[in-house]
Design a protein around this ligand. Sequence first.
Ligand code: HSE
Length: 409
Amino acid sequence: MIDIAIMGHGVVGSGVAEIIYNHSKRVSEKAKEDIRIKYILDLRDFEGLPYSDKFTKDFNKIVNDPDVKIVVEVMGGCTFAYDYVKACLLAGKSVCTSNKELVAAKGAELLDIALEKNVNFLFEASVGGGTPVLRPMAQCLTANEITEVTGILNGTTNFILTKMIEDNMSFEDALKLAQDLGYAEKDPTADIEGHDACRKICILASLGFGKHVYPEQVKTEGITNVSLDDVEYANGFGCVIKLVGRTRKLDNGKITANVYPALVSKDHMLSGVSDVFNAIMVRGDEVGDVMFYGRGAGKFPTASAVVGDVIDCAKHLASRKYLHWNEGEADYVASSDNDIARFYVRLKTNDSNKTVKEIESKFSNTSYIVNADKDEVAMLTENDIEITLKNQIGSLDSCEVIKTFHVID
Ligand code: HSE
């Protein structure tokens, strides 16, 4: 018998309790031990549940109980969650969490404590929700040198962009629909401004390249600047607009890490990922490109990944799992200025003929769309060093640059 505690009884926490309670036989068979929920920590009261008697408001009961070997943290945030997770690891308990904010900010430190205490700190649900990606990266792909991870990491923004692309819905209407359907929070900032995707690319980069990447090191742009006009131009160029998190290894040992809206070619495997789905493409030197696809959010998909971690912890109580990375460094994440890039550029002009001539004289291999109704020219550059392209775009003087987005082929 293994006693566990669940800290937090919100959407994911209640899903974890329900899976363990309703499927106890299956869970215990897979763990090769009976798994029993001993405590559920929450400040609220929950009457009428089959496990209402498990609730406590006192964290000390959990951390001081030697019978509790595994603790699930699904409270979210980085204040109490950090203090409690750290205390549990220091007390010799394994911890499983879905909390991307916590792992992105404190992952290396918490993994070090887990190593020192010979316990496990697992967080499969923190990236991709129910979609397995961290364990496959750390185990199945471990013979590879990872060179790039690019993903659609946020379900809410992917839903909004899908509505804009497929139904010609405005950003505002699509956001409202996402809120009505319960995908987006009342305050949707973390999703639409890219902070959620930023935390997830931090975790993927840290695991993929072995050194912690902190959220403040990732240049992050959300989708509030994407309009239906951009969606239409993108379609004209054979692309769809997606919010992507992207991290790449450079030859000098540093990495780049960014979150931005990008025009993704319809030939690219990420372009067909729609609605609230997530997908993460991992590039390894031996395997090439692999993609992990599935539900990136939601009660039971996310809870199933947490319970998978609980079962893994139960099977490895006396040994540590593979998961680890080192603390980061201030200058480890480089600007992507020296990386290869391609841009979509949207230009306002009074004289489209002159602008087209200027584009043709300053760039090679561009494609462009002239929109006479709006006095605009939209163009795609060729692939080149990012700073070279930025300088070329900045030198255009027959027009005004309205916006630029990256292009992913
Ligand atoms: N708000 C997030 C999303 C939930 O929409 O993907 C999972 O992090």
